[in-house]
Design a protein around this ligand. Structure first.
Ligand SMILES: [Zn+2]
Ligand SMILES: [Zn+2]
Length: 688
């Protein structure tokens, strides 16, 4: 089984990610017993098999024997501890999805015996399998494959495990060049290609044969397993989703394969719920709504991942900026400013170069020096810190700015506003004494949570990202074991105090220190990584930062990085999807739209709108030639929170009629009362 597909690279440069809906991720609280497999397992006294133990229960699709995930038919030795793996557990659903990937591959080779096999791991919400084929799959091909898969599933094929020597495997798989390559890589397979450790790994090779009820072998694949007891268990709760090109082992230097994505769920109902969620997400897609509501666009002339904000999107962006600037100042931050480019020596000092050069834009030569677009603001804030001597009396010293940074994202990864190449962070750095660090982290966490709540996000959990503690990967993280332990303990303590759920993310830290990130669930239950708080004991040292302590000695401060929105662009994209474009009044580009019942009422309505505008409210009058019903339809599409209508009765009474987003109406509201209602909703940041 591959690692966590949600894992982001361990760098502060890593873009904020967008995990798809209902990721079947591990949600073990940090405080819980980590090795729950043996804790929950039963010890067997006599040799048996998983089938004997759990075969009667169709929900059990695999087992853990002394912690190792295995097929049910495997033998369980006396004294072993066994735990059933139900299909609706994270492991169980991965077994289901990966087994469905085998069925897909069998179907592909049935239709096209010349198709060569790549790899087929489970991923968030589904699985894929890569194939080397002459021509890409068409939508008709995918439909036909789905049919062929259903036939295989109905045959009730069982998965049979066979241990095989490297030499025999090479003979048997002589016509599968990609599998041969995996055999050569073996224990390094997981690093060689994401997901490849599903096929081969530490220890001996195994082949899984799919066997029909009459005992004939239908198909086989090099794989570590485990799999479902029978294809029948997939039922009709699966679907072939789409295909896309993918390079073998993720490198452009390798052949291009065709990847088919599919999904499988424990029940038909869950499949349907998933497909409904996808449809809902599509309706909320910020790229689509951004165009419909005239908020922003991505001109090709600028290049990939470089958005422009139109006037209406600009209003939302400005509201966000005004809010976050005011809040930072209230929270004790000082507003600073830094340029977009710098000589590259600065990033060598910070440690970003050369290690993270691949995420930065390439250098520019100027007057004999190499310049870089900045990918992070911290090094420049450090220069402000060190511009003069600092005393302990100044700490905590807090700098904040809207820092525009540029990061090289591969073109296949760039996605709307949520994965961009140019973005503006609401970035802050707090310089504190070691003793002040826990208090400052607590302060920052309270700040970011209150900020997210003001933007209508109030369902969170926290993730604690720590370094890899083993092997080569550990070397990517700078600092002593003690420094990492201290910093991690402080973050963990503050996170625990918050009372929010805390999920470990081992290996997810930036190279210079661990971090807490706030993961917010949106209106349709998707999780987005938002704010981050990072503890850094490295950069102050690399930049030689110091302050004069009360005893006159020179000491090194601790630096705490924090972004609240993360990036303005990404946060705005998330808000568009969270609200499905129907923003609360305080964020709405147009807050009040006037729709006269007939042209003769337009001047009266304009007067009402003028009154509102004088109070700083954003108004618009629909004085187009459209007929009234058409105007109402357009108003509804524009998602403006308050639509004010005026006809004869309203004018005579000095009133207006409200038409709300849900189509309901409130007639004859005196103008003064209407103004008050609108003003209050804006001031309270209330949704309507
Ligand atoms: Zn397999
Ligand atoms: Zn920073």
């Amino acid at each position: 089984m591959p690692g966590n597909p949600n894992r982001h690279p361990p760098t502060s440069l890593s873009p904020l990610q967008f995990p798809p809906a209902s990721a079947p991720r591990r949600r073990t609280p940090l405080s819980a017993e980590q090795d729950s497999t043996t804790a929950a397992g039963q010890r067997v006294d006599t040799p048996t098999t998983g089938t004997e133990l759990f075969g009667g229960d169709r929900r059990i699709v695999a087992m853990r024997v002394d912690g190792e995930l295995q097929d049910l038919f495997r033998e369980v030795p006396a004294g072993a501890s066994v735990e059933p793996v139900p299909v609706d557990s994270p492991d169980g659903v991965n077994v289901l999805r990966h087994s469905t990937a085998h069925v897909l591959a069998q179907a592909v080779q049935q239709v096209n015996p010349d198709a060569k096999l790549g790899i087929g791991p489970p991923i968030t919400d589904g699985f894929y399998y890569d194939f080397d084929v002459e021509t890409p799959f068409t939508p008709e091909d995918l439909k036909a494959l789905e049919k062929a898969m259903q036939k295989i599933i109905n045959e009730g094929q069982t998965f049979h495990r066979r241990e095989i020597s490297d030499a025999d495997a090479r003979t048997e798989l002589a016509s599968e060049p990609y599998k041969l390559e995996l055999i050569g890589l073996k224990s390094k397979a997981g690093e060689a290609a994401e997901g490849a450790d599903a096929e081969v790994g530490e220890g001996g090779l195994t082949i899984y044969d799919n066997v029909r009820r009459d005992g004939t072998v239908a198909w086989g694949d090099l794989c570590r397993g485990p799999h479902l007891p029978s294809t029948k268990l997939i039922g009709n709760a699966f679907k072939v989703m789409r295909s896309a090109a993918a390079y073998w082992r993720g490198s452009e230097k390798n052949p291009q394969l065709q990847r088919i994505y599919g999904t499988a769920w424990p029940s038909k109902e869950e499949l349907k719920a998933y497909l409904d969620r996808l449809a809902e997400a599509e309706k909320r897609d910020h790229r689509k709504l951004g165009a419909e509501l005239d908020l922003f666009s991505f001109p090709e002339e600028l290049g990939s991942g470089l958005p422009v904000f139109h006037p209406k999107g600009g209003v939302i962006k400005r509201e966000m900026e005004d809010y976050v600037r005011r809040r930072h100042i209230e929270e004790g931050f000082q507003y600073v400013g830094t340029p977009h480019i710098s000589k590259d020596g600065l990033f060598h000092t910070s440690g970003h170069l050369p290690y993270y050069a691949e995420t930065m834009f390439p250098g520019m030569e100027l007057e004999g020096a190499q310049y870089r677009l900045k990918a992070m603001n911290c090094p420049m804030h450090n220069l402000i810190y060190s511009s003069r001597g600092r005393s302990y009396r100044e700490l905590p010293l807090r700098f904040f700015e809207f820092g525009s940074v540029y990061r090289y994202e591969k073109s296949g990864v760039v996605h709307g506003l949520t994965r961009v190449r140019g973005m503006t962070q609401d970035d802050s750095h707090s310089y504190v004494t070691a003793e002040q660090a826990p208090g400052e982290i607590r302060h920052l966490l309270g700040f970011v949570l209150s900020l997210l709540r003001d933007f209508g996000l109030d369902d969170f959990y926290l993730e604690l990202s720590t370094r890899d503690t083993e092997g080569d990967k550990k070397d990517k993280f700078i600092g002593t074991d003690e420094q990492w332990e201290t910093a991690t303990a402080i973050l963990e303590q503050v996170a625990t105090e918050s009372g929010l759920e805390l999920v470990p993310d081992p290996g997810g830290a930036a190279f210079y220190g661990p971090k807490i990130s706030v993961q917010a669930r949106d209106a349709i239950g998707r999780t987005w990584q938002m704010s981050t708080i990072q503890y850094d004991f490295n950069q102050p040292h690399r930049f030689g930062l110091e302050f004069q302590a009360s005893d006159g000695s020179r000491q090194e401060p601790v630096m705490i990085h924090s972004a609240k929105f993360g990036s303005i662009e990404r946060f705005l994209g998330v808000l568009v999807e969270h609200y499905a474009g129907a923003f609360p009044p305080w964020l709405s580009p147009v807050q009040v739209l006037g729709v006269p019942v007939a042209e003769e009422f337009a001047p009266y309505l304009q007067d009402v709108l003028d009154t509102l505008q004088e109070k700083g409210i954003r108004v618009e009058l629909d004085d187009s030639d459209d007929r009234f019903p058409k105007k109402i339809r357009n108003a509804s599409k524009s998602k403006v929170p308050f639509v004010l209508i005026a006809g004869d009765e309203d004018r005579t009474a000095g009133a207006v009629s409200f038409r709300y987003r849900d189509g309901s109406q409130r007639n004859g509201v005196p103008v003064a009362e209407a103004v008050e209602e609108i003003q209050a909703a804006i001031a309270d940041k209330r949704q309507v």
